[in-house]
Write a protein that binds this ligand. Structure first.
Ligand SMILES: *Cc1c(COP(=O)(O)O)cnc(C)c1O
Length: 517
């Protein structure tokens, strides 16, 4: 144990030990010898898998198994660095090391205040050792606080339509810069509520981009309206205001702009069009919670904004979504539509001691339960950390792939702060994309393609007679786009490893004389 007093060590590890402060001070003192990387790794490798950090430490202590403490910040940093290189055994070791941090070893917290200022979710990550983080393009990130929040909600008086729903609505609306929030059971439900609140119906046209998840267009069809596809800009793949202008007809009622990958659209130009033609502007911001344009957050840029809390999105409620708006009438209409079309929900009727209600217009049951909202509130606390991690990973990809001539990331709008739901690159040709997709999937990297243009899906071809040629930019993009793994459970080393595999696959492809040179 290289000169570290066992008693001091145990006191430092035990949150309840009377001498803990003194022990911590001693451990971080100048005459404590630093452990070597090898010693730290050996120690970490010997750590058994345990359901919680506390139990893990108890086991170590009771078994007398603590051999080396990463006494110096530099030594600890070295472990993290090696983990960032992506070596599997080091990743495992670093995970354990990070769990030590969460266990409350203050000396270690000082080791990495810059790169890992906050370390949520580590204990749970050990509970759900979800294979290689890059095996999925997106994944939820939960921690013990999330579990506790859900449990608290389950023990409360209300399982649905209670106070947590309202708290979650206020909290998301605040982050999104809007006056009202309406929590619903999915992002799709939020979009449907938006269409219902705007009274979209048969004969109405709503302009949508084709490069989006199909729900953006489906919600118009749910209301009997007609989605009309307007093409995207080739650089950003965001809805092109010029294409929108060309697609407006006397029947157009609204535009749904999609903040594809997490970058807000050109709302200034879109707003000019909606003003000129008296249209409603809806933002499908399912990719862009936490993004902003000229300092204005996603949620404050359109008449109605819709978010999703699906597990791959920025924060999760399991399934869930929210519509935010500044307009109290639209919020009220969405609220009713969420609850069968009933004029007063259960709590409102209880408050007024009345059984009376009416259904002026038919709605749905799109309510989001209390415990989902409790999870959402707890997740929202971590949104700044999630965004920071996503931006860090995107920057890592950008730098690591800067020298690759056959791939390019999407163009950035200078006036936006990107939320990076997705990191999408474009290959020079379809065959490069296809072979890269196959090669990376073959190596366990969860690459994906977002999206098959909606107007090419069978339902739309049959019912709206859409097809190839309708939106050439989206169709060309579809042939060459590739989504790389990006979620808060990844670290920069994971992104560098993916970039390395991409370069390797591209080189192999060239060697095999594939037509991608
Ligand atoms: C995720 C998503 C939706 C739908 O959200 P759900 O919560 O899965 O219903 C809609 N539009 C876009 C652009 C999305 O990414």
């Amino acid at each position: 144990m290289r000169g570290i007093d066992h008693g001091i060590l145990l006191a430092a590890l035990d949150p309840d030990a009377p001498g803990r402060a003194a022990a911590l001070a001693a451990l971080s003192g100048p005459d404590v010898p630093a452990a070597t990387d090898e010693e730290i790794l050996a120690f970490l490798e010997s750590a058994p898998e345990q359901p919680s950090a506390a139990a893990f430490w108890r086991e170590l202590r009771d078994g007398g198994r603590v051999r080396v403490l990463p006494a110096s910040p530099a030594a600890f940093e070295a472990v993290l660095d090696r983990a960032a290189q992506g070596r599997a055994e080091d990743v495992r070791a670093a995970r354990t090391a990070l769990t030590l941090v969460e266990a409350g070893i203050d000396t270690l917290l000082t080791a990495c205040p810059k790169r890992y200022p906050e370390l949520p979710g580590l204990t749970l990550e050990r509970l759900q050792p979800g294979s290689d983080p890059v095996s999925r393009y997106g994944r939820q990130w939960l921690d013990e606080a999330d579990l506790a929040a859900v449990t608290r909600a389950l023990r409360s008086d209300w399982l649905t339509t209670g106070p947590t729903v309202e708290r979650f609505e206020r909290a998301v609306a605040r982050v999104a810069g809007a006056a009202h929030g309406v929590a619903v059971s999915s992002g799709t439900a939020a979009l449907h509520c938006a269409m219902a609140a705007l009274d979209i119906g048969p004969g109405d046209e709503v302009l949508v981009p084709p490069l989006t998840f199909s729900a953006t267009a489906n919600c118009v069809v749910y209301q009997g309206g007609t989605p009309v596809f307007a093409d995207v800009e080739p650089g950003t793949l965001l809805l092109d205001p010029e294409a929108v202008r060309r697609a407006v007809t006397p029947r157009t009622r609204a535009i749904i702009a999609v903040d594809y990958t997490g970058q807000p659209c050109d709302y200034g130009s879109l707003r000019a069009i909606t003003r000129e033609h008296g249209l409603a502007l809806v933002a499908d911001a399912c990719h862009s919670l936490g993004a902003s344009e000229n300092g204005h957050p996603a949620g404050s840029l359109a008449d109605i904004t819709c978010f999703s809390f699906h597990p791959v999105k920025h924060i999760t409620t399991g399934e869930g979504g929210m519509l935010v708006t500044d307009d109290p009438a639209l919020a009220e209409a969405a609220r009713r539509f969420r609850n069968h079309g009933i004029t007063a929900d259960f709590r409102q009727r209880e408050r007024s001691a009345s059984f009376a209600y009416d259904i002026p217009r038919l709605g749905r049951n799109y309510r989001l339960p209390e415990f989902n909202c409790a999870l959402g509130l707890s997740q929202l606390n971590k949104l700044p950390l999630f965004l920071a991690r996503r931006r860090e990973l995107a920057e890592t990809y950008r730098q690591a792939l800067a020298g690759v001539a056959t791939l390019a990331p999407l163009a950035l709008r200078p006036e936006v702060e990107h939320a990076y739901h997705l990191f999408v690159v474009r290959a020079r040709t379809e065959s490069i994309r296809d072979s890269l997709f196959a090669a990376l999937r073959g190596r366990g990297v969860g690459v994906n393609v977002h999206y098959i243009p909606v107007h090419l899906l069978d339902f739309y071809r049959r019912t709206l007679h859409t097809g190839p040629g309708l939106c050439p930019e989206a169709e060309a993009a579809f042939e060459t786009i590739l989504t790389l793994p990006l979620h808060p459970g990844m670290r920069p080393g994971d992104a560098r490893r993916v970039a390395g595999l991409i370069m390797e696959c591209l080189e192999n492809g060239q060697k095999n004389n594939e037509p991608n040179a």
